[in-house]
Design a protein around this ligand. Structure first.
Ligand code: HEM
Length: 226
């Protein structure tokens, strides 16, 4: 790569708009992960063998390590840029500069609380991985193959009403975050059109409702299996 190209890439990555665009693309990729995770988790409704077999097939493929590393990278980049832009906005406001305000005209509850809802999702995710991925390990046999009984780990977790309440709370918070994130993604990428923006906002709302209600519904289903 030429020196000029390297320089313009560096300028792009350190500019506010560059960071916002990378946040938009990584946010959209995380939205894609959520849909695939939700679809996989829906197998819990089918039964223990279906869910365990699906998780087994997924984790026994070596490509899972590449996918997990990619997901972790995208998530950490999204988080790092969110922190960076939030601090940058705060400092600029303290300096008396005008930066796009998160409050005031045009701001919604979802847009003004993005850093807080993002923080709740971070806490949720850390606990989620501890509880499930690195949680209690049981084993089961499906079609003569021994595998991890993740279904039991999940169902046991949701036996406690407090755990169910936490998930429903976290899913509500997530709906606010991804609902606003989804539509602002298009704005950050420069796609702002009076004719299409209202439709994109509605799509964001629909997406957040489907994902949040889907995960909350699965949690409720697990609770009632106990
Ligand atoms: C009812 C709700 C949910 C259930 C039952 C559930 C279930 C699970 C289970 C069982 C695993 C472990 C998979 C394995 O080790 O093979 C897992 C991993 C994971 N979950 Fe969830 N999940 C739920 C919601 C969510 C939400 C809302 C998010 C994101 C905000 C999320 C993000 C993740 C991530 C990033 C992993 C690690 C994936 C990997 O390492 O491959 N989950 N989930």
């Amino acid at each position: 790569m030429s020196q000029a190209a390297t320089k313009s890439l560096r300028v792009y990555f350190s500019s506010s708009i560059g960071k916002k665009q990378i946040m938009a693309v990584t946010g959209l990729a995380l939205c894609g992960f959520l849909v695939s995770h939700l679809l996989g988790n829906l197998l819990i409704l089918v039964g223990a063998d279906a869910f365990n077999f699906y998780a087994y097939k997924l984790t026994s493929n070596n490509l899972i390590y590449v996918a997990e590393a990619g997901l972790a990278f995208i998530f950490l980049l999204h988080l790092f840029l969110a922190l960076n832009l939030t601090l940058q906005n705060k400092m600029a406001r303290q300096d008396g500069y005008y930066m796009k305000k998160r409050t005031g005209r045009g701001a919604t509850l979802a847009s003004s609380t993005m850093p807080y809802t993002g923080f709740v999702i971070l806490v949720f995710l850390i606990l989620h991985l501890i509880q499930f991925k690195f949680g209690p390990v049981y084993s089961t046999v499906v079609d003569g193959v021994e595998m991890r009984d993740l279904y039991r780990t999940v169902i046991e977790y949701f036996a406690a009403p407090l755990n169910l309440t936490w998930y429903i709370f976290a899913m509500t918070v997530m709906a606010f975050h991804v609902g606003h994130g989804f539509s602002s993604t298009f704005q950050s990428l420069g796609f702002n059109h009076p004719k299409y923006t209202p439709t994109i906002k509605k799509l964001g709302l629909a997406y957040s409702l489907v994902v949040a209600l889907g995960f909350a519904g699965i949690s409720l289903f697990c609770f009632f299996q106990n």
